[in-house]
Structures are given as C-alpha cells and as structure tokens.
Design a protein around this ligand. Structure first.
Ligand SMILES: C[S@@+](CC[C@H](N)C(=O)[O-])C[C@H]1O[C@@H](n2cnc3c(N)ncnc32)[C@H](O)[C@@H]1O
Length: 279
C-alpha cells in the first residue's frame, strides 16, 4: 500500500521525549507547553520532521545539544503562535495617540519604542502609523526609534517583507489604507505592501525575551499576548527585566487578556494592561 505524507498519521512522541521537549522549550524560550498540548505538538513537529527527514526524537536531541542552533529555531518557529492583526486591541493605540504621544511631544526628545513580540509585523506597523500620524498632527518631527523583535525567524521574515493579503487591512479606515499601503497589481493582485516610510521607521531583529534586554531607556514597550504562554515565575522575571529596560516613567503595555497585576513590582497600573515605571 502506498501512503502519502498527507495520510501518514503523525509520529507519536514517547512520554520521555515529550517531557524533554517541554523542558528545553521552557528553558530556552520561557514557553510553558503542557502535556495537554500533545496532539498540537505532534502535528506541528511531525511536519517539521517530514521536511527535515529527522525523527522527532532526533529533533529534540539536536535542540538540547544546541539551544541556539538551527533546530531549536525551527522548533520555536513551529511551536509558537504568531496570531496578530493590524490595530489589534485598538484601545491601546487610542491611548498612545491621545495620552502618551502628546506627553512625549511636550518633552521634545527623541522617542524610543520597543515592540518586543512583533510576530509577523502587523503590530509594529500599527505602532509606526500611530507615531507618524500623531507627530504630524502635532506638527513636530521628533526622531523615532522603533525596534521590533521576536524569537521566531519565520514570523520576522514576514514582518520584514511587509507584504500581506489585502484582507488584513480591509477593516482599516480607507484614508489610512490608502496612505500607508501600496496595492499589489498583476501577480501581486490581492496583496498590499507597507509604504516605504513605515518600512524605514521599523528595525526588525531576533531577540529572545529570556535574554538580557538589548536596549535601555526605552519610552514605551509593547509586549502583548506573549506572557499568556509563560508561567508565573517566568512572567515575574520578564516584568523585572522590562522594568530595567524602561526609562523612568516609561510605559509597558501588555495584552488585555494578561493578568499581571499580582506579579507587578515597581510599576503603577493604569487600568490592567498599561504599566508605568516608577523609580
Ligand atoms: C500571539 S503572538 C502576539 C503578537 C502581537 N504582540 C499581538 O499582540 O498581536 C506571540 C508572539 O510571541 C513570540 N514569542 C514567544 N516566546 C517568545 C520569546 N521567548 N521571546 C520572544 N518572542 C517570543 C512568538 O514568536 C509570537 O510571535
């Protein structure tokens, strides 16, 4: 009988390999995969194993042997959830435009923003649009540094290309869509590309949130919808790290679904998802 890859059932992970995988992913990326995720893990790793013609056992062994190596990268690429969208959780962008940015404009200093789980780029470009529109409205041209990082190289490749299905921007106001996105024609019909001004404003790089922060004196950090994948000790450690990366009275924005209040030290909470660094 001939079986194709599509009909071959995913290779089963032994109990021991599942434990080893959970441990190495937690150690290296903070992601707390529970045994209840076995089916998802086997399906996603199975695709990777077929692509690389390695067994699941060997993939896990290679990741353990070289946690900064290519196999670990591949594992994180397939195990992370990169779901995002333009202007997701719009209240945060409204707060930026109405409250945070006017205060930055009054200060008249360069602005440093870090989008620390940039995924495929929709959030960084939403930040860039909010910054640029707000500064134009205020009639000032402050220098802006907008760093955008993620652990997933696959997601960052999409982000850097800045090309999306047109459906991803269909809910944006028409003015915004016209100004900030170029419509594809011919072979690119049905897709949009971010305007070169947005591409110039954003710098993408790989960064693991468990590593020391690559920047300090940051005015605003967006870290939304990531900490839900981390356990409490990892979240508490990360909050302390980000506290160190922020300038005094800098802000950290987390996702609305993330309940960090019980873990927060040295921040003043504005609502439950906007945190202001106190000295
Ligand atoms: C669900 S997406 C959130 C994207 C965006 N912030 C948003 O709210 O729409 C979560 C992202 O966190 C990234 N991530 C997970 N663990 C990470 C880690 N240890 N370091 C850096 N990024 C990580 C994943 O690769 C993924 O792109």
């Amino acid at each position: 009988m001939i079986t194709s890859a599509a009909t071959t059932p995913p290779e089963r992970l032994s109990e021991r390999d599942l434990q080893r995988l959970m441990a190495v992913v937690h150690r290296h990326a903070g992601i707390a995969l529970g045994p209840e995720k076995r089916v998802m893990i086997e399906a996603r790793l199975g695709k990777l194993a077929r692509r690389t013609t390695q067994s699941l056992h060997d993939l896990i062994g290679a990741a353990e042997a070289e946690p900064d190596g290519p196999v670990m990268n591949d594992l994180l690429d397939v195990l992370t959830t990169n779901y995002t969208s333009f202007f997701r959780e719009p209240a945060h962008f409204a707060w930026m435009a109405d409250t945070w940015l006017p205060a930055m404009v009054r200060r008249r200093r360069p602005i440093r923003v870090w989008c620390a789980a940039a995924a495929t780029g929709e959030e960084p470009y939403s930040l860039a649009i909010t910054l640029r529109e707000g500064l134009e409205q205020a009639g000032v041209d402050l220098p802006v540094e907008l760093w955008c990082t993620d652990v997933s190289r696959r997601a960052l490749a999409v982000a850097t290309a800045g090309v999306y299905p047109a459906s991803h921007v269909q809910n944006l106001e028409p003015m915004r869509r016209r100004r900030w996105f170029l419509r594809g024609v011919g072979q690119s019909e049905g897709r949009v590309r971010v305007n070169p001004e947005l591409a110039r404003m954003t710098t993408f790089a790989r960064h693991n949130l468990l590593d020391p922060p690559p920047w300090t004196q940051v005015d605003l950090i967006f870290l939304r919808n990531v900490m839900i994948y981390f356990d409490d000790p990892t979240q508490a450690k990360l909050l302390a790290t980000l506290h160190g990366a922020l300038a005094d009275h800098g802000f950290l924005v987390v996702g609305h679904a993330e309940n960090v209040r019980r873990l927060v030290r040295g921040f003043r909470m504005h609502g439950h998802s906007i945190l202001e660094k106190q000295r």
